[in-house]
Design a protein around this ligand. Structure first.
Ligand code: GLN
Length: 384
């Protein structure tokens, strides 16, 4: 069942505006990223960098992405193996369109970010989902993963840290994906936009596993790393022939984008480790604040290991449907959240799971939590 015709994020953000609710739905920070980044973008605009950037992206950003991958993960990337995209969303869409066709299958973790399913459908390919279950701490189930691979598997669309569950995949889980991808000669498309928001386990790019760099396209973005989601600067890197195939599609989607933002992001990627660590530490504290507050309000939160989302179960409040809960919540409590069910094919796996974003100023989180604590959140007559 797909109750939302626009993206659920747009619908829930519109509902927040309409009702004056605190928006913990769509995941975007409410504070700007590093001041130097903003100044560098202003300087780039004033400095006349306002025409089309080169198709693959400006060289300084491609060099900066390569240097970032070497610095954090020891990955050797050549700037020519980097393609700058209109956010991670375009990197994913262009890759799926480039590398799959009707009859091909794409293995994808479920719940999945909504654009994955849409993009696979646009390509005419078929998704084969592997459910991450709340009862297992959202760990990857080996039997389910093995069962998802067939002789039609062309692509594995991985996401770690994982939106919306907050799970950080462990090296053993990645090794299993690697083994199966190699056995089935599939390419791995790894969405790592929350790479710098892993709190309880280190983020490991699957491209660092033996034999994987040559079959992996790794995606990340400035939006998530530096809290500039509206700039839509993302990138993908991998083996040159695969990146060339992605570029061939990308040039007819957006051609190029974000000219003056690209050099600014290049400089931000070189910011010292303390900047990255400070942002992660601040988000981790926000996670703890949100999770404690949700529990105090009678929800049953699951502690996310990464990303800036936490999920909570509303079954204990008497609900049997997260969509109904999320539609009622702005009216009941003045808070907006996202029903996880809309990211799932298996409607019975997590019917009452709700996602809250915590990438918000502390006072905004406190306000949302106060509202939740004061409201009657139980299902029953008058609900809705
Ligand atoms: N990635 C963000 C989220 O999961 C925003 C997505 C969007 O609005 N398309 O909430």
């Amino acid at each position: 069942m797909r109750p939302f015709t626009t993206t659920v994020f747009a619908e829930m953000s519109a509902l927040a505006l309409e009702t004056g609710a605190v928006n913990l739905g769509q995941g975007f920070p409410d504070a700007d990223g590093p001041a130097s980044l903003l100044e560098d973008a202003v300087a780039a605009i004033r400095g006349g960098r306002n025409q089309y950037p080169p198709g693959p992206g400006v060289l300084e950003l491609r060099e900066a992405v390569a240097a970032h991958q070497a610095r954090f993960y020891g990955l050797e990337v050549h700037p020519d193996e980097v393609l700058v995209t209109a956010g991670a969303t375009e990197a994913i869409a262009a890759t799926v369109l480039a590398l799959t066709a009707a009859g091909d299958e794409v293995v994808v973790l479920e719940p999945y970010f909504d654009s994955y399913a849409a993009t696979i459908a646009l390509a005419g390919a078929t998704r084969r989902t592997v459910v991450l279950r709340p009862g297992d701490g959202f760990a990857l189930d080996e039997a389910a993963l093995r069962a998802a691979f067939t002789d039609r598997t062309a692509l594995v669309l991985l996401n770690t840290p994982h939106n919306p569950t907050g799970r950080v995949l462990r090296p053993a889980e990645l090794a299993l994906v690697a083994e199966l991808a190699q056995r089935h000669d599939a390419v791995v498309l790894s969405d790592e936009v929350y790479e710098h928001q892993a709190f309880d386990a280190p983020h490991v790019p699957i491209a660092t596993l033996p034999g994987m760099a040559e079959r992996t396209l790794t995606v990340s973005s400035a939006g998530k790393t530096f809290s500039v989601t509206g700039w839509k600067i993302g990138w993908v890197h991998g083996p040159a022939p695969l990146v060339a195939a992605v570029r061939a599609v990308k040039q007819f989607l957006t051609f190029v984008s974000g000219g003056p933002f690209q050099p600014a992001v290049a400089r931000a990627l070189a910011l010292p480790d303390e900047v990255y660590a400070g942002f992660a530490a601040s988000l981790r504290a926000k996670r703890d604040l949100l999770v404690e507050g949700l529990a105090a309000a009678g929800l049953s939160p699951l502690v996310p290991e990464g990303t800036y989302f936490a999920t909570a179960d509303v079954a204990g409040l008497g609900w049997d449907d997260s969509v109904a809960f999320c539609r009622a919540l702005p009216h009941r409590a003045g808070v907006v959240a996202i029903p996880v069910r809309v990211f799932m094919d298996d409607q019975d796996a997590a019917p009452t799971l709700v996602r809250f974003a915590f990438c918000k100023r502390d006072e905004v989180l406190h306000e949302a939590l106060d509202r939740l604590a004061r409201a009657d959140l139980t299902a029953g007559p008058g609900a809705g």
